[in-house]
Structures are given as structure tokens and as C-alpha cells.
Design a protein. Structure first.
Length: 570
């Protein structure tokens, strides 16, 4: 009986021994997470390590308070107590998005979760030019008391003393405003406190959307240096390079009640004529070009230059404005150029009102108006086309045939005896042979003429209108112009092919209604701003793919005889 009790008494010891053997394996099955540091400054990066044999962890919960980068993984195999053990190590770089005590949540790994961790994030130390830091950020704002919807230029400059292997510069969009990056980064090299820095300059446009205090968080940079000989040799540093700019607060002013509409807050606005004619002709275009330079504006917010109102005395065709956006220091600058074609209807003085543009001076805090003086054009009657050729003088047959002594000139021209040819037959025979040769050459010329398109005879009072069929070079040049040249060159080519000076004359001489319509639509799009120019180019190519179709009635000469060959339309 005692023996049985002793045997039963050994079972707890055996169970305890088995548990002791399995405890390391149970502990190994539990995933483990840890940070390489538990306290960092805002803008720095910390590495989270996860060790597990149940697969990769899910890092998604970390994105709430951290930016993730540099994910890594490795695998190790060990032999312990005669058994193989495999472990996987996963790492990820965490960049905090705010300061304070942040909780790194537990991560799901297979069927278990890691324990949560705590990370203390201190406010970033802002380094300046006097700190002699390896990297620092400088922020320049062109106006710290802007108005609502005013374009504010923001320039962020990153200074770094080492060569960069990688890096990221971030400027967050503040609440209550829009922020957009403008242009490409600029690079430079500068000396600051006796130290040589590489400089990267990035430009932004900030547009406040409501009045009140507007906080612009400092720009942040995180990167790694390429390292140098001394760093590699002595093992100095881990290659990390971080910098944070100072926060800025703007006091945004509301739109003044007395401000004119449309609301245009600017630092300055200048207008000038780049082309201002003093004379013109009826039916012909006189070009007026106006240029505006606005400091503190973008293309999206600037109103278009107005079209002058000349009443019924002339027609005004305004081309679409051309814009050029640049920076003047840290201030955005916009240059606008617009061309107006003025076609007078009657002779006499024509007054073209100068443009006027109201705006708000943000520096002086008052309403202003930019204006140009009126233009007075001395208009004379236009030519209306080329001059008619002078008529040929009548032929005096008596003077052309001297020595007839008052005889009938028709007899003198046809009677051999009257001219003395009967007494000298050889000249007469030579003339007959010459006439026969001329007749043969005429037949050959007529045969060749029938094989190629006939040129249109000139109309009295108008120059001859050439056709595309008169040479392949003209059609090829027209197609090349339609494919790659501007609309000015297209009109010039059509005028040259028609032998006229203005596109209106080309339209009048075209027989094809589709060709006339597309040229009229082109005029409206160019001068009146109506229509899509890219779509019009496609229509021009289709309408003139085989050249202009000239009007036969306008181009053919009235000779009173039936045409020798049938008329062909080109």
C-alpha cells in the first residue's frame, strides 16, 4: 500500500519536470516588441523591433500617430537542446507626427498581440543659423498680415553641411488656408558663420480662406547623409539628419467693406502699352498690346484685362491673354500680355479708351485703380485691295506699218504685191516655213497645257488668284503650316496663295462653304475668345487637306469665248 502511494506521489514531480522543459518553448512562441529608444525629439526617428515565429506583424495601427519608413525583416535559425528553433525579426522606422507621450499600440502577430509601448516625444529643438547645426531650416513669408484670398509667398530653405543620400522636406497645409508648391527646387551653396552649407530652396503659395490667426507649422526635414571619410573611419554618427523650422502665425485681415469688386488684393499693379499705333485704315486691323505686371497675384485669382469699348466706330477683336508666373524674391509675380486688333469702319479720328483696373493696395490698405491714357487713331480710307493695272494704249496700225502712203492697211498687210514680196519669193517662203514651225509648236504647247491644270486668268482690277494645283510646293507648304506653325503663319500662307493681303479677302474668294466657315470661326476664336483653338486646328486640316477651293466665278476672266479646256476645281 505504501508502495502504491509512493508511485502515485511521483506523478506531480514528473508533470512539473515536463512543464519546466516546455516553458522556454512557450515563452519563445509569445511575440516580443521593443523600441531602440524610449525618448526622442519631434522630427527624430525611432526603430520598432518585433520578434516572432508566427509571421509578420500588422503595422497598420501605427499610422495614426507615426509616419512609417524603412521596413526590414531577417531570419535566424538556432539549435538548442537538440531541436531547431527559428525566429524572425521585423523592424520599422517610426517618425512621430506630434509631441507628448505617445502609445505604440499592440500589434497583431498571427493569433496573438504584442504588448503596447510608450514613447516620450519632446518638442523639436529649432536650430537656426547661429547654432552651427549640421542641418537647419529657414522660412521666409512675404506678408504676415495678409488679407483673405491674398496670395502669400512662402519660401522654405533647407541648409545642410553634409552630402545627402536621401531625405524628405515637408510643409503641412494649415487649417483655414490652401497651400500649393510652385516651380522646381533651387540649389545653392552658402557660407553661414564660416561653415559651408548646401541650400535647397522650395517655394509655396499660401492663400488664406478666412480671417483671424493662421498657424503655419514649421517645415520638417528627415534624411540620411552620405557620410564621409572621417565618419566612416572613426564610426561617428548613424547618418541620420533631421531639422525642424519654427512655427509661424499669420494674422489674416477680412476683406474691407469699401473694397471694389472683383476683389483683387495686390502689392503693386503696373500697366503699359507695348504697342500703341497712332494711325489706321478702314477695314484693316491696328494692333494694340497691353501688358500688366501684378506683384502678389496668381493666374487663378487675377481678372482678365478688359476689352476697350469703341462703340460702332470700329470692331475690336481681343486675343486670349498670355500669362507668365514668377517670383520676385519671396513675392509671387504675374505678367499678363493681351493683344487687341481694332478694325475701323469709317475715316476720321478714333478714340480707343485706355484700360482701367481697380485693385486693393495691401501695403497702404486702400483702394487703387491702374489706368492707361486713351489712344487716338487717325483713320484714313483703306485701299480695299490692289490697284487695277493701267489699260494698254490702242494700237495705231497705220503707224505700225509705215510706207503704205495712205493705202488700206489691211491690203498692205496681206497683199504680196503691196509689200513687194512678189518680186522676192525667198523671204516669203522663209516666213511660210516659220509659220509652219510656229503652228507645230503651238500644237505641242496646247497638248502639254491640256495635261496639267490650267491657271486661272486674272480678273480686271484684281490680281491673278493662284491655285494649289498650280504646284505641289504650295499645298505641301500649307500642310506643313497647318501641322506645326501658328495661326498667323496659316493666314499668311493662305493670303499668299490667294494673292491678297487680308484673310477676309481669302474668305470672299473661297467657293467651299466649309472652308469659309472654319476661317470665320478661327477669326472669332482668335479675336473674340470664342471657341477651342486646338479643335479649330483639326477642322482646318480637314477642310484644307486638298488645298483651297477657289471660286471659279471670281477667278475666271470674261473673254467672250468658250474655254479651251474644261474647268477643274482644285
Amino acid at each position: 500500500m505504501t508502495r502504491a502511494i509512493n508511485m502515485h506521489g511521483r506523478w506531480p514531480l514528473q508533470v512539473l519536470a515536463a512543464l519546466l522543459l516546455w516553458l522556454p518553448l512557450l515563452a519563445w512562441a509569445q511575440p516580443r516588441a521593443w523600441l531602440d529608444r524610449d525618448r526622442i525629439a519631434l522630427g527624430d526617428t525611432v526603430t520598432l523591433n518585433v520578434e516572432s515565429d508566427q509571421g509578420a506583424p500588422d503595422f497598420t495601427p501605427l499610422r495614426t500617430d507615426f509616419d512609417l519608413s524603412g521596413q526590414t525583416s531577417s531570419r535566424q535559425v538556432e539549435w538548442s537542446n537538440g531541436s531547431m528553433q527559428q525566429r524572425n525579426l521585423y523592424g520599422v522606422a517610426l517618425t512621430p507626427r506630434r509631441s507628448g507621450a505617445l502609445v505604440v499600440p499592440g500589434l497583431q502577430v498571427g493569433g496573438t498581440r504584442t504588448a503596447p509601448l510608450t514613447l516620450q516625444v519632446d518638442a523639436a529643438a529649432v536650430a537656426g543659423p547661429d547654432s552651427n547645426a549640421v542641418a537647419f531650416i529657414e522660412t521666409v513669408i512675404d506678408d504676415e498680415t495678409p488679407y483673405v484670398q491674398q496670395s502669400v509667398g512662402v519660401v522654405v530653405r533647407l541648409y545642410f553641411a553634409s552630402q545627402l543620400a536621401s531625405g524628405e522636406l515637408v510643409l503641412d497645409t494649415p487649417s483655414g488656408a490652401s497651400l500649393q508648391r510652385v516651380g522646381d527646387d533651387r540649389t545653392d551653396v552658402r557660407q553661414v558663420n564660416g561653415r559651408r552649407y548646401n541650400v535647397v530652396e522650395r517655394r509655396f503659395l499660401l492663400i488664406p480662406e478666412r480671417s483671424g490667426a493662421l498657424r503655419l507649422a514649421g517645415a520638417r526635414f528627415s534624411g540620411r547623409s552620405a557620410g564621409g571619410f572621417f565618419d566612416d573611419f572613426f564610426g561617428g554618427g548613424d547618418g541620420r539628419m533631421n531639422a525642424t523650422g519654427a512655427d509661424r502665425t499669420l494674422q489674416v485681415q477680412a476683406q474691407p467693406v469699401q473694397a471694389s469688386q472683383p476683389w483683387l488684393p495686390l502689392k503693386s499693379l503696373q500697366l503699359r502699352y507695348t504697342s500703341a499705333p497712332t494711325s489706321a485704315r478702314t477695314g484693316e486691323a491696328a494692333n494694340v498690346v497691353v501688358e500688366a505686371i501684378a506683384d502678389g497675384a496668381t493666374r487663378a485669382q487675377f481678372t482678365d484685362l478688359p476689352v476697350p469699348d469703341v462703340g460702332s466706330a470700329a470692331q475690336v477683336f481681343a486675343e486670349p491673354a498670355q500669362y507668365e508666373e514668377t517670383f520676385n524674391g519671396s513675392t509671387p509675380r504675374l505678367k499678363i500680355t493681351r493683344r487687341y486688333s481694332i478694325v475701323p469702319r469709317q475715316p476720321g479720328p478714333l478714340v480707343v479708351p485706355g484700360p482701367r483696373l481697380p485693385w486693393w493696395d495691401v501695403r497702404a490698405g486702400k483702394a487703387e485703380e491702374a489706368r492707361l491714357p486713351d489712344l487716338t487713331l487717325a483713320v484714313v480710307a483703306g485701299t480695299g485691295g490692289t490697284a487695277s493695272p493701267a489699260p494698254l494704249p490702242p494700237i495705231d496700225t497705220d503707224a505700225a506699218l509705215p510706207g503704205t502712203d495712205g493705202q488700206d492697211s489691211r491690203i498692205a498687210a496681206t497683199d504680196p504685191r503691196a509689200s513687194g514680196l512678189a518680186e522676192r519669193p525667198w523671204p516669203w517662203m522663209g516666213a511660210a516655213i516659220g509659220l509652219a514651225l510656229l503652228w507645230v509648236l503651238t500644237l505641242l504647247w496646247g497638248w502639254q497645257r491640256g495635261r496639267r491644270p490650267r491657271a486661272v486668268a486674272p480678273v480686271a482690277g484684281k490680281p491673278a488668284v493662284p491655285t494649289v494645283a498650280s504646284g505641289r510646293a504650295g499645298l505641301a507648304e500649307l500642310r506643313r503650316t497647318l501641322d506645326g506653325e501658328g495661326f498667323d503663319q496659316v493666314e499668311a500662307q493662305l493670303c499668299a496663295m490667294a494673292g491678297v493681303e487680308r484673310i477676309e479677302q481669302v474668305i470672299a474668294r473661297l467657293e467651299d462653304a466649309a472652308q469659309r466657315q472654319v476661317l470665320q470661326d478661327l477669326q472669332q476664336a482668335r479675336w473674340g475668345g470664342q471657341g477651342d483653338l486646338s479643335a479649330l486646328r483639326m477642322r482646318l486640316r480637314g477642310a484644307f487637306r486638298d488645298g483651297p477651293h477657289w471660286s471659279v466665278a471670281a477667278a475666271a476672266a470674261d473673254t467672250g469665248l468658250a474655254p479651251l479646256y474644261p474647268t477643274r476645281r482644285t
